[in-house]
Write a protein that binds this ligand. Structure first.
Ligand code: GLC
Ligand code: CA
Length: 568
């Protein structure tokens, strides 16, 4: 059969639209590669691995925070938004990294954390040194306490990492921190907060950064009067844009300001919102072209490996993107969740898949409770499903190696505040302990920290990391790394318009088949029963195929295959 000509992405995509269907690789810098052997990943390490990223075939890198930080929350507690942490590098090295990435055609997205700074930020230090009622305190959210002596917090709120959301300062006032104690929330009603973030966005844009990932984008705007609602009252309030704390309609005034700045660049700087909202409709506002332009959708990350569920999610999100005009996003793993190879190896259970993984981690990762091989088979199938979808795919470092979550981290070595602020019975951040996906990557099968660096790693790597190292998988037929490389290469070649058509004849409660423009067919078997594939040129499969008696290819369970069919 002769292949039909395929739509070339470069012919249809303007420069300003590079992000619409990008494959974006998330780097958690402290755990990617360590250039100077102090056990902490750094910019020198990233620069040395740019050839690896180029060979992997990603369009962009998203860099989690690399700013000066005491690491109370893995760098999401920022001391200074316009500098590099000295343990990670220098601004000169940052420029060098941008040049190296751009040199191989990879864009760079950096993380911006505007909901809160760290308690070491000069503004928070100034607020502490300034009296109650001062302008310096107004940049954050300070309140008097309740009770005779103000000894009770202003409200009974719990932080997202568990524990109280208000902390008292020496003169008796309290400040709000939605996350860790070391992460005071900004008051976005203060004009200087606006100005300072515009300054920051300009600072990095001028250094050649192509876009921004906006942390907790749904939290910035707050409406807090003198009398604060209780937790019970907050819970009863609808999250319809009027909630005092989350996803308020007026947060979009901030993003309209940012959009104006982004559009002053050529090509315009892009942004993707981390916005935890009630419905896909509410997510749409973050993704609007007048706002940040794109928003994460974590639906697949929260779903079990199930065809019906996956199809609903894809259908809903593509419908939403038709409304906003933005492209949709897909995520299976990131620095906040249990890796998908692990989640998919756990026995099915009602409820959220992510949470289920966290419970397994909290239980110490019992081997009896997991089928690691099945988990990885499914994860590979899910990734190929994702990479065939229209829209952007956000990949997390190490998933291209098929890494599992590391459960075997001794408590005293854990760093995540979501762990440290809780007890075993109450693991914070929605049940997540997040160190297990932040363990330094294995580059070699042996040696100090499996090639992460010369001086060990800041979190312990298990012995089984050797088998998942880049060295073992590089050039090995059928390895997860080679599957990602080939899938990303094909994706770039095959990517056309942002549409798909379900192949109803092939799809069922266990199988999802869809066609992209140009005859690119993706078939995923979520079930256990093998499925006969239609005729066509086999491009790639996430696992071995079998053959039927008549010679046609057979897709086993937990496998995805891509075929090229001639256009009718
Ligand atoms: C986001 C980040 C997470 C961080 C939190 C507070 O959810 O992804 O890692 O802990 O915000 O900044
Ligand atoms: Ca280092």
């Amino acid at each position: 059969m002769t292949a039909a000509p395929l739509t070339s992405p470069s012919a249809t995509r303007s420069d300003a639209d590079w992000w619409r269907q990008a494959a974006v690789y998330q780097i958690y810098p402290r755990s990617f590669a360590d250039g100077n052997g102090d056990g902490i990943g750094d910019l020198a390490g990233i620069i040395s691995r740019v050839p690896y990223l180029a060979e992997l075939g990603v369009d962009a890198v998203w860099l989690s925070p690399f700013y000066p930080s005491a690491l109370a929350d893995g760098g999401y507690d920022v001391d200074d938004y316009r500098d590099v942490d000295p343990t990670i590098g220098t601004l000169e090295e940052f420029d060098e990294m941008v040049a190296a990435l751009h040199g191989v055609g990879i864009k760079l997205i950096v993380d911006v954390v505007p909901n809160h700074s760290s308690d070491r930020h000069v503004w928070f230090q100034e607020a502490l040194a300034s009296p109650k009622g001062s302008d310096a305190r107004e940049r954050y959210i300070f309140r008097d306490g309740r009770g005779e002596q103000g000894e009770e917090p202003p409200a009974d709120w719990t932080s997202i990492f568990s524990g109280p959301a208000w902390t008292r300062v020496p003169d008796g006032q309290w400040y709000l921190h939605s996350f860790a104690t070391e992460q005071p929330d900004f008051n976005w009603r203060h004009p200087e907060v606006h100005e300072d973030f515009l300054h920051t966005l300009r600072f990095w844009s001028d250094r050649g950064v192509d876009g921004f990932r906006i942390d907790v984008a749904h939290g910035l705007s707050k409406d807090l009067g003198e009398v604060l609602p209780s937790t019970a009252e907050l819970r009863a309030m609808p999250k319809d844009g009027t909630h005092p704390l989350w996803d308020r309609d007026d947060v979009h005034e901030i993003y309209a300001e940012w959009r104006e700045l982004f559009d002053q660049y050529e090509p315009p700087r892009i942004a993707v919102a981390e916005a935890w909202v009630e419905t896909p409709e509410r997510r749409a506002r973050y993704a609007s072209p007048e706002g940040l332009g794109q928003a994460f959708n974590f639906d697949l990350m929260e779903a079990d490996f199930d065809a019906v569920h996956f199809r609903d999610i894809v259908t809903d999100n593509l419908a939403q993107s038709a409304v906003t005009g933005s492209s949709t996003t897909w995520v299976f793993s990131n620095h906040d969740g249990v890796r998908h190879a692990t989640r998919y190896g756990l026995p099915p259970r009602a409820g959220r898949a992510v949470k289920q993984g966290a419970e397994w981690v909290a239980a110490g990762g019992p081997e009896g409770g997991i089928d690691r091989e099945l988990g990885l088979r499914r994860a590979r199938a899910a990734t190929m499903f994702e990479l065939a979808l229209p829209g952007s795919a956000y990949l997390y470092q190490g998933e291209e190696l098929g890494l599992h979550e590391v459960a075997e981290i001794p408590d005293e070595e854990r760093q995540d505040p979501a762990f440290l602020r809780t007890t075993a019975a109450d693991r914070g951040f929605d049940g997540l302990g997040r160190d297990g996906c932040r363990v330094p990557l294995p580059w070699t099968r042996s040696g100090s920290s499996f090639g992460f660096g010369e001086g060990g790693g800041h979190l312990p790597q298990p012995a089984w990391f050797a088998d998942f190292s880049v060295e073992v998988e590089d050039g090995t037929a059928g390895s997860t790394l080679e599957m990602y490389r080939e899938a990303l290469r094909l994706r770039t070649e095959l990517q056309g318009e942002e549409t798909l058509e379900w192949d109803e004849a092939l799809s069922s409660d266990d199988v999802l088949a869809f066609e992209r423009p140009g005859g690119w067919l993706s078939v995923t078997n979520f079930g256990a029963e093998p499925v006969t594939l239609p005729a066509g040129e086999l491009l790639l499969a996430s696992g071995e195929l079998a053959a039927a008696a008549d010679g046609s290819a057979v897709l086993p369970g937990a496998t995805t295959a891509w075929l090229r069919q001639s256009a009718a």
